[in-house]
Design a protein. Structure first.
Length: 229
């Protein structure tokens, strides 16, 4: 079974181990978070040397009693579970195979204190991984998809990505993308392009590289996404 076949297949684990208690007692949110993290670890699939893909959809089923109690804080609980999953993914170097989704439901077949987790990847039958490069502007909530082989960044409308910053040159730098690897090239800017604190003219651009240009700070990321054949 290939790594994507493994991760795409819905994983339905019986309520066992730490999540099936010997003595019946109310389920705590931390136990749900631990169950999600356990499924992430158990179903992580190595895509490349620095890419590990994990399921992104988690359907949580609880007992009627636990669900009735926890649904009173469902909004904050869901956000906390998402935060825990995201933090665990960052710590372990995982990437989700799509937008993270966590849902809770109830069943009379689940005992008090137990949690049933169904983890899966996006619908469909993905056969490969598509690499999605992005450029984020730190502190401004802006994210730009890199869709061309050469993408220029600068203050002028002639740039593929126009940034409102007078300290940027009209076309300041460009990102070169060949579908799997990236590079950055300064376009003769006045104030220079920096990777970290090092001024560069042209170099390879690893994922999570911090780019400083003008008064702006950017982060270049490459995100793995499962795609259908």
């Amino acid at each position: 079974m290939g790594f994507l076949d493994k991760i795409e297949k819905a994983i339905e684990s019986a309520v066992t181990g730490a999540f099936s208690k010997t003595f019946k007692s109310e389920l705590q949110p931390i136990e749900i978070g631990s169950a999600i993290k356990s499924h992430m670890d158990a179903n992580a699939a190595i895509v490349s040397r620095d890419r590990i893909l994990v399921p992104n959809q988690f359907e949580i089923t609880l007992s009627i009693s636990d669900y009735g109690r926890l649904k009173l804080i469902s909004e904050s609980l869901n956000q906390e579970l998402r935060n825990q999953a995201q933090a665990h993914a960052v710590k372990q170097g995982y990437q989700f195979a799509g937008p993270l989704s966590i849902s809770l439901s109830e069943s009379s077949n689940i005992g008090i204190g137990q949690v049933y987790v169904k983890a899966s990847s996006p619908a469909g039958d993905p056969k490969e991984v598509e690499w999605m490069p992005r450029l984020e502007v730190i502190g401004e909530g802006l994210t730009f998809e890199i869709v061309k082989s050469r993408t220029s960044v600068g203050r002028d409308a002639s740039s593929d990505i126009q940034i409102n910053d007078t300290s940027l040159s009209r076309q300041h730098f460009e990102i070169v993308w060949n579908g799997s690897k990236a590079g950055i090239r300064d376009l003769g800017s006045t104030n220079g392009t920096f990777i970290g604190d090092t001024r560069v003219k042209e170099m390879a651009l690893p994922t999570d590289s911090v780019i400083k240009a003008g008064h702006k700070t950017f982060v270049f990321r490459v995100v793995a996404k499962a795609v259908s054949a």
